[in-house]
Write a protein that binds this ligand. Structure first.
Ligand code: FMN
Length: 339
């Protein structure tokens, strides 16, 4: 892959939206792209067996507007991951990411996700095989350790091994995954965050591009991590629930380009996309469910949410529901006097 392209994606990785199963589908990513033209977007995890053995090519569908966009893969078999990576790269993804952070039972039983923190040699093999298969960058998302592991010891050893295999960019979710006894949801909140450890890893591995993830809820916090020397910040839940707060200002504030996106204009730009989806036989709520948080914390947010969530699930619901919800925003806009 040309160096210029790699450097473009690395710049985009200054701010990324995390892979989130059932959330960061293609409709969500299209919306996020309208809010920020520069940030890196990740797909939900797609398992290598689903692609390679199941032939589930529809999981690779995405819109040409989504770039830069990374495909996250789950798996632990180097050959299968290499094949899946090749399929992803051929489908047009700009990066292939390997999931070493997901703690769910289903994922553990298939030996992928966070359990791979126990098998750095196997991860290194997977990375090497994937790199062999594609020209785009192969990256990794991991935790700081699992269960009884000592992060201070296992994380540097893990990073050393995967860098030796050629991985040059990693996102670290700054908490352990506890594989026994916690649900995936609890595993995103209960194990304590250790941001300092991630910052120390950057000092120890200066050539590795390191993004930090976990519990970051504002752009100001993201900027602090970048100013403190990290290469990137990945935001998950906050970007999903308050997409405007996190993404609308990202272009000027994080990338030094463009203007703050206006959520009303973003909604208007979604309308042709919605029309095309409905014309293809899709349902309105498949798109609007990702738009509920667009006005979070702003006047009219409650009405917007209510009209969209009630209206969009009705049979034959169309763009008029969005327009009606927009009207409720307009009627809540502060008057000059109120300002
Ligand atoms: C609904 C949901 C689904 C998730 N699915 C994935 C996934 O498919 N792959 C992955 O690596 N992480 C997944 N995660 C974890 C996020 O990528 C991220 O690491 C985590 O939410 C912590 O970041 P945050 O505090 O900014 O949300 C998921 C998180 C949520 C909330």
């Amino acid at each position: 892959m040309p160096d210029a392209k790699i450097s473009e994606i690395r710049t985009a990785a200054r701010l990324s939206v995390a892979p989130m199963m059932d959330w960061t589908d293609r409709h969500c990513r299209y919306l996020h792209r309208l809010l920020s033209s520069q940030s890196l977007l990740y797909t939900e995890m797609v398992t290598a067996p689903a692609l390679v053995r199941g032939g589930a090519l529809h999981l690779l569908e995405h819109n040409s507007q989504e770039h830069p966009v990374a495909l996250q893969l789950g798996g632990s078999d180097p050959c299968e991951l290499a094949q899946a990576a090749e399929m992803g790269a051929s489908a047009g993804y700009d990066e292939i990411n390997l999931n070493c952070g997901c703690p769910s039972d289903r994922v553990q039983s298939g030996t992928f996700g966070a359990v791979l923190m126990r098998e750095p040699a196997r991860v290194a093999e997977c990375i090497a095989a994937m790199q062999e298969a594609v020209e785009v960058e192969v990256t990794l998302k991991c935790r700081i350790g699992v269960d009884e592991q000592e992060p201070e010891e296992v994380l540097p050893a893990f990073l050393k091994q995967i860098s030796a295999a050629g991985c040059q960019r990693v996102t670290i979710h700054a908490r352990k995954a506890w594989l026994q006894g916690l649900s995936p949801k609890e595993n995103r909140d209960i194990p304590p965050l250790d941001y300092d450890l991630v910052h120390r890893m950057k000092a120890e591995f200066p050539d590795l591009h390191i993004s930090i993830n976990g519990g970051i809820t504002t752009l100001a916090q993201a900027q602090e991590h970048l100013e403190a020397g990290l290469d990137g910040v990945m935001i998950g839940r906050a970007a999903y629930h308050q997409p405007t707060d996190i993404l609308a200002g990202a272009d000027p504030l994080i990338f030094g380009t463009g203007a703050v996106a206006e959520p009303i204009e973003v909604v208007q730009k979604m309308l042709p996309y919605v029309d095309a989806h409905l014309a293809d036989g899709g349902r309105l709520h498949q798109i609007t469910r990702h738009m509920l948080g667009l006005f979070a914390g702003r006047p009219g947010a409650r009405g917007w949410r209510r009209i969209l969530s009630e209206g969009a699930v009705r049979d034959h619901a169309g763009p008029e529901v969005i327009l009606q919800a927009l009207n409720s925003i307009a009627s809540n806009a502060p008057t000059e006097q109120a300002v």
